[in-house]
Design a protein around this ligand. Sequence first.
Ligand SMILES: [Zn+2]
Length: 334
Amino acid sequence: MVTEVVYSKKFLEHDQSTHPENAERLRVIIDEIHDSSIVDRLRMKEPSSISEEELFLVHSKEMVEYIRRLSETSGWVDFDTYVCPGSFEIAKLAAGGVVGLAHDVLRGEVENGFALVRPPGHHATGTKSMGFCLFNNVALAANSVAGEGKRVLIFDHDVHHGNGTQEIFYKRDDVLYQSFHLSPHYPGTGSVDEIGEGDGRGFTINAPLPKGCGDETVTFLLDEVFLPIAEQFKPDLVIVSAGFDSHYLDQLGGLSLSANCFAEIIKKFKGVQSRILCSLEGGYNLKLLGRLVLTELEVLVGKKPSYSERVEETNNAKKVADEVKNRVKEYWSF
Ligand SMILES: [Zn+2]
């Protein structure tokens, strides 16, 4: 079986070199993949754009129209979210890439995959682009798959809480959102009390972590909270919002994950559901980003990771795990 990597050079045209979310991020990832020993085991695929009708299933017409107009010239959606000439089409291509990969994996055309797309998506809500994100790539993919009656689990390992993804599925029980993230930190959401609403109660799981938490904390949370819930939920597809700014050397972070932890996350979720895909979110350390993405790709192709690290951490695992379990214990057994 094959691991599919979705990528287009067009993603490099959404760029602002002085901004941390710039085109160089994808260049270093592609270079690392080309120099790696697994390059022959990957199927590279050019994405197809998402239609505006599909965008409207998740995003408001006003939001889509606003980004389209802004990208005729260029501008800023907010103080940290830029739009270049052409960003509208590039963001549609990024979203289409993740949607296409989700269907390829679900149909069994490929075993699993990684969408190397930009701009990222997990902060984009139904009505608002924000936090470097224009459209919510992962949410559009999950929604598309859920539209065919499938159950989707989204696991978000970015250092920032995926407020957009959470909001989009907050009242639904067919898409389960799980996240650990640094707290307090941008965007300020993701407390343990945010567990969903209506039919969606119990289908949003948040583990906010203090500064310095790392591999041991995350591994404990996976074993005690995230995976037991995932196994009961029985997803048809797992989508990983793959943000590498939770790595201990990321300049926008504050958590202390090592490369080993990213490998462990993918390995464990592969054990729950082999139909799995990763979609690039954050991660701004250009010296390490390629290596970290490669680590997850190595696990996806079934190879032992070639890179490992050891990092000191503050371990808050038990306290956080108990808090999360307490909030959702009427919905899941532990
Ligand atoms: Zn982030």
